[in-house]
Design a protein around this ligand. Structure first.
Ligand code: ARG
Length: 459
């Protein structure tokens, strides 16, 4: 039992939050005159001593779990009066409340890190609003886009992940403390007061639900899975871009490793590891889903298996975000290589189809068919589309035998795509401005939420 039951080797991280819960609990007990002033005073002194010990990293969990260890050590400090800390609460409500407090801070620091990554993408987008590169679908060069436009694409992706983290944080607004083991308590407690002291919006509504539910943890793991997926996709892009045949991005020495066998190599290991750590984050989500599946209410010992998934996910995301911030900030787009790759034959073939529709009034589907044949002919003749002879054009479609014939290069192409959300450099510059102000608003909101200045509950 001791071997399988112990959580001390990982739940020591909750020590600080457990002490916060106990401080709030004692203040509430005192306000409600459930304990004597002198006892409350002793308990608060003991808790303060424990808080300092934890801060000095001198606290060690010498029991099955952190909650038991703190109670024992409190007793060593203040004597039998420590037993009163267990009044009107149980480990079931204490453990889940401490975990929620830990998670709240973790989400806030992840959001802060993520905001820095968004800012870095925005800066790259501003610098490269007009840097032309091929846009890919199916990993086939499709149409020219700008590098700035692609940076803002990842910005949008990650912006949605911040919103997911915000809603995972909103799922932490209820305080379970005071739910006791299952059924509440007979002591005349004031749960609103302890909830308020701990920065929650309100006490949880049902004691059975409170000690048995872990949906807040699953919400965080789901938001984290989405974020990890987004980061892994960008990381894969970096691995591709920095490969030698592509060469769109140069990574500085601090973000690559050499090879023992091949001296010339610059392996993008940081990006590869961002991509790979996504596996742990997805696995953690599945782990806790599986633990909770089929579990009746309320508390089961199964539920102590909630913590490592959360800790590992937060740790992994911190590392992934840290590496991603360095990559986005330090990556050097190779402008000439990108431009060359965007000026290969036929990348502007869809622009030619648009031109045929606009200038010759050929319905777009037909124009597309004409261009397919023009591309085939150009390939056979070893020419570009702009160099096709009037004879070749006439053989394909009589309507294009005479008159102007455009030469559309990659820059013309991107410049023409001025639709809202399109890749025209002027649009990208405006999009970067809008993104920057949304980011500023997001940062203000996150700060207010972190300081508990607003109540985010809708109900
Ligand atoms: N370490 C346990 C957990 O995290 C504390 C709760 C134990 N409660 C119990 N009834 N055994 O879930």
């Amino acid at each position: 039992m001791a071997a399988i039951g112990a959580t001390a080797h990982f739940d020591y991280r909750l020590a600080r939050y457990d002490v916060q819960c106990s401080q709030a609990h004692v203040m509430m007990l005192l306000k409600q005159q459930i304990i004597e002033d002198a006892d409350a005073q002793r308990l608060m002194e003991g808790l303060e001593a424990l808080r300092e010990k934890i801060e000095d990293e001198a606290f060690h969990v010498n029991a099955e779990d952190v909650h038991t260890a703190l109670e024992q050590q409190l007793e060593e400090l203040v004597g039998p009066v420590a037993g009163n800390i267990g009044m009107a609460r149980a480990r079931n409500d204490l453990a889940v409340t401490s975990l929620k407090l830990w998670l709240r801070e973790s989400i806030d620091s992840l959001i802060e890190q993520l905001a820095s990554v968004l800012n870095a993408f925005c800066e790259q987008a501003r610098s490269h609003a007009a840097t032309v590169m091929p846009g890919f679908s199916h990993l086939q060069a499709g149409q020219p886009i700008t590098f700035g436009h692609l940076c803002l694409a990842y910005g949008e992706t990650l912006f949605r992940d911040v919103e997911r983290l915000h809603s995972a944080r909103a799922a932490l607004r209820e305080c379970p403390l005071g739910s006791g083991a299952i059924a509440g308590t007979a002591f005349p407690i004031d749960r609103d007061y302890s909830a308020q002291l701990l920065g929650f919006d309100r006490p949880s509504a049902n004691s059975v639900d409170s000690v048995g539910e872990r949906s807040f943890a699953l919400d965080f793991l789901a938001a984290s899975a989405s974020l990890a997926l987004s980061l892994s996709r960008f990381a894969a892009e970096i691995v591709f871009w920095s490969s030698q045949p592509v060469g769109f991005i140069h990574l500085p020495d601090v973000l690559v490793t050499g090879s023992a066998a091949m001296p010339h190599k610059r392996n993008p290991d940081a990006a590869e590891l961002v991509r790979a750590k996504c596996g742990r984050v997805l696995g953690n989500q599945q782990q806790l889903q599986t633990v909770v599946k089929g579990l009746p209410l309320s508390y089961f010992r199964d539920l102590q298996e909630d913590k490592e998934a959360l800790f590992d996910t937060a740790d992994s995301l911190h590392l992934m975000l840290d590496a991603t911030l360095s990559i986005v900030t330090l990556m050097e787009p190779q402008i000439d290589t990108m431009a060359r790759a965007a000026s290969v034959d036929f990348l502007t073939s869809s622009d030619l189809a648009d031109w045929l529709t606009q200038t010759h009034q050929i319905p777009f589907r037909e124009a597309h068919g004409v261009v397919v044949r023009l591309v085939k002919a150009a390939e056979q003749e070893g020419r570009s589309l702009s160099d096709l002879s009037p004879q070749t054009r006439a053989a394909i479609d009589a309507r294009i035998a005479t008159g102007d014939w455009p030469s559309i290069d990659a820059e013309d192409s991107v410049r023409s795509r001025t639709s809202f959300g399109g890749t025209a450099p002027a649009q990208v510059a405006r999009a970067a401005d809008r993104f920057a102000s949304r980011l500023a608003a997001l940062r203000r909101l996150s700060k207010r939420i972190a300081n508990n200045q607003i109540c985010i509950s809708a109900l």
